[in-house]
Design a protein around this ligand. Structure first.
Ligand code: PEP
Ligand code: MG
Length: 577
């Protein structure tokens, strides 16, 4: 029967496909003791589940293509090998036969034992392999739930899948998209979580905070998701399918219409030039940025190059990746952000700590980078070498204090000197800027601005840290509010401080690409925006209808308004003709 679940839209677009449930493994465990006469049947169930997991991995490997294929294949091979490992499987069968554990409980116990062994290892890389164990066991747990024959499974895989999960780690999203997943429904998460940002970059429609999804949807149910409205329709009816077809037609039409704006300047109605940069994580983003007439790349998040790897990428590998971006942008400026690992962006090479009580307040961003100066040198050398091929700027994430920028400046200078003396061609001047995404940096900016060549405001984190609200916590999504008076004041101060010092200031958080905030940001004096390239033309279209001179008349009222409601009222007035 048709059922509509509501969540929040996190990545636009609609997708129609068969549901594939990824249950959190903690919910699957059946702890009741197993009667003696059911032991062999339970072992058979386990064998079938392992076989399902193995078949799935083989099918996924066959589907791989594109730039990430080699790395993803390595993961899949490692997981397949684990499933073929007799020690792992016989240990599980033994738990069922001797210990009378049910299949799910035996899997959990075996996982906990192995994870404990890995956790006790000194080598950070080996320690991080516990995640592989967790993934493999979770896959077998999911296999236990599936009673479908392999023929049915193949069919389901062919028509495309909508992944339904509690939460998908950002690192998992790329392989999922490569495997042909059409869309994602999460019971948790928010639209500013890194998973959502990456989903937008992968053009993967996503609905988050659909709390009932795991209970209400069954494997292989036909599901229609609307990543704009935040709606999940289970067993869609004829009118839903008609809406889906209409959306397909309209989005084609709309993109043709917007494409006409691709080679236009971005100007307000009263003729003020505005620069729209693109945020990029992938080659597709670069192509889209060019096709949309972006002014350059305002934020290239390099941590996604590191997250799925056992070893950090070498200088040459990074150089290749940065060079591709610089060449791809054909002479337009490219802002490369140094590594921003930590918090929800954990890596597999052991750089991020996994025992922090508050990882969002922990060793992340520039703090982590400065603890690994050699890692930073490698990255900065690669960026500097890429600067020979086009204008490059270096952006430092999660800056809290001027000293961090001084240390980064020294590292950058040393790397430039070493490269030049080794005969490498690099640009004469590579600018160094700071992300303003921690309230301390925004408040202390007047005393720090001299040390910076430019600043980029990261509202995703600035809102989180100003309001003490986890950007990934769906229970607080309605309180995570860029329209809080404190946030507006920090934004206004940052923009004004940078502009008075003659430094370029852009905004590259999700707010920049959200048309609900375009007029507000213009009113606060912002002229440089950086956003997902998929929304750039729509923002350009809107800007052409706005009069900056008129909007600026509302700045004082915006900053005086004591509540969100009053701020919204001013914004509504700003939009009135
Ligand atoms: C931000 O915090 O606004 C930002 C752009 O960085 P990220 O989303 O990668 O944390
Ligand atoms: Mg950030």
């Amino acid at each position: 029967m048709r059922l509509v679940l509501t969540g929040s839209g996190a990545s636009r677009g609609m997708a129609l496909g068969r549901a594939r449930l990824q249950q959190p493994s903690r919910d699957l465990v059946d702890e009741r003791p197993l009667p003696a006469d059911e032991v062999e049947a339970e072992v058979e169930r386990l064998k079938r589940a392992i076989e399902i997991a193995r078949d799935e991995l083989a099918a996924l490997r066959d589907k791989l293509h594109g730039s990430m294929a080699r790395e993803v294949a390595e993961f899949i091979d490692a997981h397949s090998l684990m499933l073929a490992d007799r020690e792992l499987t016989s240990g599980i069968y033994e738990l069922v036969r001797q210990g009378r554990y049910r299949a799910s409980a035996a899997l959990k116990l075996q996982r906990d034992r192995l994870v404990a062994v890995f956790e006790a290892m000194d080598d950070p890389y080996l320690r991080s392999r516990k995640e592989d164990i967790e993934h493999v066991i979770a896959r077998v747990q999911a296999g236990l739930l599936r009673e479908a024959s392999s023929e049915e499974r193949k069919l389901a895989a062919r028509v495309g899948e909508i992944l339904v999960s509690d939460s998908v780690a950002p690192a998992e999203l790329v392989p999922l998209a490569e495997h042909g997943v059409l869309g994602v429904v999460q019971t948790a998460g928010s639209r500013v979580s890194h998973g959502a940002i990456l989903a937008r970059s992968l053009h993967l429609p996503m609905v988050v905070a659909a709390h009932d999804a795991l209970g209400a949807i069954q494997d292989d149910d036909l599901v229609l998701i609307d990543g704009e409205a935040g709606e999940v329709i289970v067993h869609p009816a004829a009118p839903d399918l008609a809406r889906y077809r209409a959306w397909q037609r309209d989005s084609l039409q709309r993109s043709k219409q917007l494409a006409l704006l691709a080679d236009r300047d971005t100007r307000t109605r009263d003729g003020v030039a505005i620069a729209l940069y693109a945020n990029a994580e992938s080659a597709t983003d670069i192509a889209l940025a060019r096709a949309s007439g972006a002014a350059g790349i305002g934020l290239y998040r390099t941590e996604f190059l590191f997250m799925q790897r056992r070893e950090p990428p070498s200088e040459d590998e990074q150089f290749q990746a940065y060079c591709d971006v610089v060449l791809g942008m054909g002479g337009l400026p490219v802002t490369i952000r140094t590594l921003d690992l930590g918090a929800d962006k954990a890596d597999a090479s052991g750089l991020t700590l996994d025992d922090e009580d508050n990882p969002a307040l922990g060793v992340r961003g520039v703090r982590l980078s400065l603890r690994h100066p050699q890692l930073m040198r490698t990255q900065l050398r690669a960026i500097l070498r890429a600067s020979a091929f086009g204008p490059v700027r270096v952006l430092v994430p999660m800056v809290c204090a001027a000293e961090e920028m001084s240390q980064m400046r020294v590292l950058l200078r040393d790397c430039a000197r070493d490269l030049r003396s080794a005969g490498h061609e690099i640009a004469d001047n590579v600018e160094l800027g700071a992300m303003i995404e921690v309230p301390a940096a925004a408040i202390a900016l007047p005393s720090m601005i001299r040390k910076l060549d430019f600043v980029a405001i990261g509202t995703n984190d600035l809102v989180q840290y100003t309001l003490a609200i986890d950007r990934n916590n769906d229970h607080l999504a309605d309180l995570y509010d860029p329209l809080h008076p404190a946030v507006l004041r920090l934004l206004a101060q940052t923009i004004t401080t940078a502009q008075r010092a003659g430094k370029r200031v852009s905004l590259c958080g999700e707010m920049a690409g959200d048309r609900r905030y375009t007029a507000l940001l213009l009113a606060l004096g912002l002229t440089d925006f950086s956003m997902h390239p998929g929304v750039l033309l729509e923002v350009r279209e809107l800007i052409a209808t706005l009069d900056r001179g008129e909007l600026r008349k509302h700045t004082a009222a915006l900053l005086r308004a004591p509540t969100r409601e009053r701020i919204e009222r001013v914004i509504t007035r700003m939009h009135a003709p």
